[in-house]
Design a protein around this ligand. Structure first.
Ligand code: NAP
Length: 329
């Protein structure tokens, strides 16, 4: 049975296990084919998923266009959140102008085949942008025009999120939160709970590592960021394996494996761990195939993890991971 949680102050009830549509856009996670991607999206709806995260840059619009197709093929309602800003040739605050944002939003509306974007997220903009209230004023204008229903931010760092939620129109924060990235739970979640801001937990499987299937021998395609972005060659290195060195991650996963209840996959265990925190609205695991969707949705059926298990996960994080990530993001 899927669990639903209220998203920020929107009164939307969104599935605790939602769907991240970066991989299905193609071009960043190795090969994907459209039939399999559509089958994964259909399976997600079958399993009660009603919230999907995409961006204009995922496959240069391909990911967004999958949702236009999904809307034609299915009758049940679902929400799609997309992002803007990464099409700028350079990440500057000036780039987040009315003119550029209008272009990005209009293009996303066309790709998504809809008249209003459910939730637009600024896509990891430069840190300085959070000190420019006029950008948030522009977003309020787009809401008034009816092009956006709501807006939020996707951030790299906790401090960016803390600043962003000072703007009253910000409904959601998307941030990396998983077994390898525990700092958001310290101060940020206290504040987002207090202000009723939704949390979309991204990279919940640490780019697939926490699904427990990788080994030292794992190899990734040349167009897969798990091959080319480990040191941050193309974008923030924290987006790839949460910024945890591959070998360190593998060792931690071996210890975590022993904590997953019998009959539970590592993927479901890792997602259930995230949902133990009620400040989290949903996890948005990226899935490429229906079988992965099934495995991820199974996390919604798992009972709460025991305090002893939670304490042991924390101990593994403290011992193996914390010094590598905690103060960086
Ligand atoms: N800046 C941003 O705003 C930003 C950045 C990153 C991500 N995101 C969003 O967050 C979503 C999730 O993050 P992510 O896709 O980077 O990382 P993730 O969800 O931690 O990992 C996704 C990868 O894990 C593997 N996987 C998924 N389910 C699995 C399962 N049950 N068993 C085994 N492997 C499984 C798949 O790849 P393989 O099968 O090839 O291993 C998949 O591509 C994205 O899709 C995107 O919507 C946003």
């Amino acid at each position: 049975m899927m669990e639903y949680r209220t998203l920020g102050r929107t009164d939307w009830q969104v599935s605790a296990i939602s769907f991240g549509a970066w991989a299905v856009g193609g071009g960043s996670f190795g090969a994907v084919n459209e039939d399999e991607s559509m089958a994964a999206l259909h399976r997600a709806l079958d399993r009660g998923v009603n919230f999907f995260d995409t961006a204009d840059v995922y496959g240069e619009g391909r990911s967004e266009r999958l949702f236009a197709r999904l809307r034609k093929e299915r009758r049940e309602p679902f929400h799609v959140t997309t992002k803007a800003g990464r099409r700028l040739p350079q990440q500057t605050v000036a780039g987040f102008s009315r003119e550029n944002l209008t272009t990005f939003i209009d293009d996303s509306l066309k790709n998504l085949g809809t008249e209003a974007i459910d939730l637009l997220q600024l896509h990891c903009p430069p840190q300085d942008l959070y000190y420019h209230p006029e950008v948030f004023g522009l977003l309020d204008d787009f809401v008034k025009q009816g092009k956006l229903r709501f807006y939020g931010v996707s951030v790299e760092r906790v401090e960016e999120a803390l600043k962003a939620i000072e703007y009253p129109g910000v409904q959601t924060v998307q941030i990396i939160y998983n077994i390898f990235r525990q700092r958001p739970a310290d101060l940020l979640f206290t504040e987002t709970r207090r202000r009723q801001v939704g949390i979309l937990a991204r990279v919940p499987l640490s780019s697939g590592m926490l699904a427990g299937k990788m080994t030292r021998a794992s190899r990734f395609d040349t167009d897969d960021h798990r091959n080319f972005n480990r040191e941050g060659a193309s974008f923030d290195r924290g987006e790839t394996f949460s910024g945890v060195p591959f070998e360190v991650g593998l060792q931690a996963v071996e210890e975590l494996r022993a904590l997953a209840p019998a009959g539970t996959t590592m993927a479901a265990f890792a997602l259930r761990w995230i949902l133990m925190n009620d400040a989290v609205t949903c996890v948005i695991p990226g899935a490429k195939r229906p079988a992965q969707v099934d495995e991820n949705c199974a996390a919604a059926d798992l009972p709460a993890l025991s305090p002893a298990t939670m304490a042991k996960v924390r101990e593994i994080y403290e011992r193996r991971i914390k010094r590598l990530v905690h103060q960086y993001w």
